[in-house]
Write a protein that binds this ligand. Sequence first.
Ligand code: NDP
Length: 256
Amino acid sequence: MSTDQFNLSNKTAVVTGGGRGIGRAIAEGLAIAGADVVPTARTREDVEAAASAVRSHGSKSLEITTDVTIQDEVESLIEETAAELGGVDVVVNNAGINPDPALGPPESIQSDGLEVTLDVNLKGAFRCAQAAAKELHETDGGNVINVASVGGLVGLPRQHPYVASKHGLVGMTKSMSLDWAPDVRVNALVPGYVRTDLTDDLREDDDLRRSILDRTPLDRFADPEEIAGPAVFLASDAASYVTGSSLVVDGGWTAR
Ligand code: NDP
């Protein structure tokens, strides 16, 4: 064991949804560990700010906006990253949504709620991994991290499309790890409740917040930075025998 195992120098990572929240924290975490990082999202200002934060840690970055539901944009992201930074070693599929039309009991969910959620959370991850397949296989130690959710392990009321997308992502992680071993490791990172824009509504609703915290032994929401360390671990040689797994980072929420 050596601390060098966590060193990501000479690695290039792409982080989808890297403009804010968990993705931005993971992008910075990977940069702090030495990787060059391309944090991408749809909002240009967020992408510029995230790329600038990556550079502030001494790493190279690119400012590329991407919508993970658009195949051409995903392919351009990977091509441009490989051309400018010499390859793609790590893909973090973090872009995710849980939009209003997808919230509620099954009979109330609007028709596009399921489509839209699956298109970003599940198909978006598939598109990015598929587009990067050649790069990931050509490099020594290719790595995919799919950011799932505790909603990928258990049911959550009123969030059927989200839960379906995240269960799908955990399943896809396992299948992809079988097809791509031994060259490329593929794992799911499974956060519990994290303080980001995605959970603003939950945290503002006193009853909901209390019910979540009552189930959380650590009795608080995570900060996004607390998800970054486990992501760095999965991307690093310290996790060289870890593939097809789900790393749960939930303050104990699923332990009950
Ligand atoms: P945020 O809403 O804070 O950030 C989501 C990011 O995804 C943004 O950068 C957003 O940027 C980007 N994004 C959304 N849609 C697309 C798209 N079509 N193409 C590209 N990028 C997109 O969410 P979190 O940081 O909280 O969530 C990140 C991931 O972690 C998600 O997959 C989420 O499901 C998961 N997660 C979050 C938990 C939490 O408690 N917060 C718990 C468990 C899992 P833009 O809109 O500019 O494109």
